[in-house]
Ligand binder design. Structure first.
Ligand code: ADP
Ligand code: MG
Length: 647
């Protein structure tokens, strides 16, 4: 059979370029990636072997072997897993199969392309071999195929690769890296062992290397380490989650996290438990420190690997956690599920439902713990400060980190997870009119509420600055009442599901007539009533002039410095949400806002009797629209009107 030359898919060439350039500072991860592929291949064999024991041929013990050849300057990673057919080698080693990866790559900006963190996240996988090698040879035979149906794949990692059919007695895959000159340090047992120990200790199958022994030199020549023919296992080779908590160090937990997540950074927290009872399973769940690039991708699945009695079943088992916790990474190992369980079956299984509830509770518990320790305790009134353990000190600031990365996703839970809504609400944090950092919880807010204040006030807007400077906040600022600033896209939607927090209603300052209730004093109330009465004729005129734009016009107490603002009726869709839906191309019911005017404002006072009444009325309306981040329907007309007055 002759050699065939194939071109890499365009994106692969691009990825190869990125990988070799962005990851050269962290070259050792190639070993983690190739061992992880070997382990995946063994998992696949174990899984297919459940229904077809013949696939094991005469080698029932699954294992990985790492060898090197000093003279040839090669390192080889071999496994006796499922292997690759020729067609599979062409497809899987020549294209980027994962649709997501392609998409992220096109989205990476010039700066990001050099960011090893980001590139690590989409699992550079096999191609990471080219960080240390200028040529890779893969030889493989798929389990079950004849010896004559082996395949050799060779590439220099640039434009193309060669494929030919070979005879191969052993099942599985050998990946041989022809090392670049600067990577020759990997031609060393100690070096390879230490990298394996760092990243691959908990691969659940044995990784074997040839034993070395000391050979005395002749005469006065010193001795040297030489490899023998004997093999030794160089990793722990037990699935981490099956071991007892007390025997596992933080470093080991972190290394395992990096192995399953492809993340370079340590996780923020983990929880590891064996659950017994009617549904039995082990869970090992991690909170990452950084959001992946595709967090908002709709097709993104969950981050949990499902095992059944230690047999790997599937990645990204989305049924194991609700979607708002899709950023959690980890492993669930069930003792009850059938080995041939499919994604569809998972959705319906009662055991899975129990696992999902259990995992959700654990994750929320983990987040509550981080939230509780986010800040060091303050001294109490009598000057007593609690002594904080080193363990707790290490948790300071972690929740803030978590929330900045994942807070917006967590909010989706308000609409998605009715049963845990109260726990979730306690985990939310916001900026407010008195706090620029996103750190105010509903409970903090409540504790600071003014005497007589009956609601938790909030405003939604595109940005924090827009929210903070909104005219609708004026009276609240004057009265010293804090208002939560909500600027995540998901806020509007999520808040639909929260009428109150711990018995205190939530009230948008942009919805309905502002009712400050007991917060207004008698004089203010009286003045407002009088103004409403005195302005009746003016309001009627304004309403007539703006009848195409507004539902109603009324006098308000919410403004201090601005002449007017727009609000929506109590049950109406907020302007912010309407704008978002429109941007997303969705049909929105046409709801007219209410124009509220500030009876104390000079412009408003001038309005009555002005010869420019009609122009002023429209300017008032358009400016109110601008102030809340909207756009006049006819900007040119607005400019014309203002200019006419300026002249
Ligand atoms: P991933 O492991 O995330 O799928 P990789 O780039 O690491 O991505 O590997 C690409 C594909 O190449 C794998 O999905 C698999 O189909 C194939 N592959 C790589 N290494 C092996 C191996 N040792 N045995 C069998 N198939 C392999
Ligand atoms: Mg891989």
């Amino acid at each position: 059979m002759t050699k065939q030359t194939h071109s890499f898919q365009a994106e692969v060439a691009q990825l190869l370029h990125l990988v070799t350039h962005a990851l050269y500072s962290n070259p050792e991860i190639f070993l983690r990636e190739l061992i992880s592929n070997a382990s995946d291949a063994c998992d696949k064999l174990r899984f297919e072997g459940l229904n077809n024991a013949a696939l094991y041929e005469d080698a029932p013990n699954l294992e990985v072997r790492v060898t090197f050849d000093k003279a040839a300057k090669t390192v080889t990673i071999s496994d006796n897993g499922i292997g690759l057919s020729e067609a599979e080698a062409i497809a899987n080693l020549g294209t980027i199969a994962k649709s997501g990866t392609k998409e992220f790559m096109t989205k990476l900006s010039g700066d990001q392309k050099s960011d090893a963190q980001l590139i690590g996240q989409f699992g550079v996988g096999f191609y990471s071999g080219f960080i240390v090698a200028d040529k890779i040879t893969v030889e493989s035979r798929r389990a079950g195929l004849a010896h004559s149906e082996g395949v050799r794949w060779i590439s220099g990692g640039t434009g193309d690769f060669e494929v030919e059919t070979i005879d191969r007695a052993q099942r599985g895959t050998s990946v041989t890296l022809h090392l670049r000159a600067e990577a020759e340090e990997y031609l060393n047992t100690w070096k390879l062992k230490s990298v394996i120990g760092k990243y691959s200790d908990h691969i659940s199958l044995p990784i074997l290397m040839r034993k070395e022994e000391w050979k005395e030199g002749t005469d006065d020549q010193g001795g040297e380490m030489v490899t023998t023919d004997e093999w030794e296992t160089v990793n722990k080779a037990s699935a981490l989650w099956t071991r007892a908590k007390k025997d596992i160090t933080t470093d080991e937990y972190n290394a395992f996290y990096k192995q399953i997540s492809h993340d370079f950074a340590d996780p923020l927290a983990h929880t590891h438990n064996r659950v017994e009872g009617s549904t039995e399973y082990t869970q090992l769940l991690y909170v990452p420190a950084k959001a992946p690039m595709d967090l908002w991708n709709r097709d993104r699945k969950g981050g949990l690997k499902l095992y059944v009695k230690r047999v790997f079943i599937m990645d990204d088992a989305e049924a194991l956690l609700p979607s708002y916790l899709r950023f959690i990474k980890g492993v669930v190992d069930s003792a009850d599920l059938p080995l041939n369980v499919s994604r569809e079956l998972l959705q319906e299984s009662r055991d899975v439902k129990a696992i999902r509830e259990g995992c959700t509770k654990r994750v929320l518990g983990m987040l509550e713990d981080l939230a509780k320790h986010d800040k060091l305790p303050e001294a109490s009134a009598d000057g007593v400060t609690d002594v904080v353990s080193d363990e707790d000190k290490a948790l300071v600031g972690k929740y803030t980190t978590f929330y900045n990365e994942f807070g917006a996703v967590l909010k989706e839970g308000l609409g998605e997870d009715f049963a845990n809504r109260e726990r979730l609400a306690k985990l939310l944090r916001f900026a407010s009119s008195t706090s620029d950092t996103v750190s105010v919880s509903f409970a903090d807010y409540k504790a600071r509420m003014k005497e007589g204040q009956e609601a938790i006030y909030y405003i939604t807007a595109e940005t924090q600055a827009a929210a903070k400077n909104s005219p609708q906040l004026e009276v609240f600022r004057k009265k010293g009442i804090e208002v939560l600033l909500m600027t995540d896209r998901v806020d509007e939607w999520a808040l639909n599901y929260m009428q109150d927090f711990d018995g205190t209603p939530l009230q948008s300052v942009a919805k309905g007539a502002v009712d400050l209730g007991k917060l207004l004093d008698e004089d203010e109330k009286k003045a407002a009533e009088e103004a409403a009465e005195a302005f009746k004729p003016l309001l009627a005129k304004l309403k007539e002039a703006l009848k195409d734009q507004v539902e109603d016009v009324r006098v308000t107490t919410r403004l201090v410095d601005s002449p007017a603002c727009l609000v929506v009726q109590d049950d109406g869709m907020s302007a912010q949400l309407a704008r978002m839906l429109k941007q997303a191309g969705q049909a929105t019911p046409e709801v007219k806002p209410v124009l509220e005017i500030n009876a104390e404002h000079a412009l408003v006072k001038k309005l009555d009797g002005s010869v420019h009444f009609n122009d002023l009325a429209h300017i008032l309306f358009d400016q109110a629209l601008l102030a809340e981040g909207g756009m006049p329907a006819d900007p040119a007309a607005y400019v014309k009107r203002v200019n006419a007055l300026l002249v």
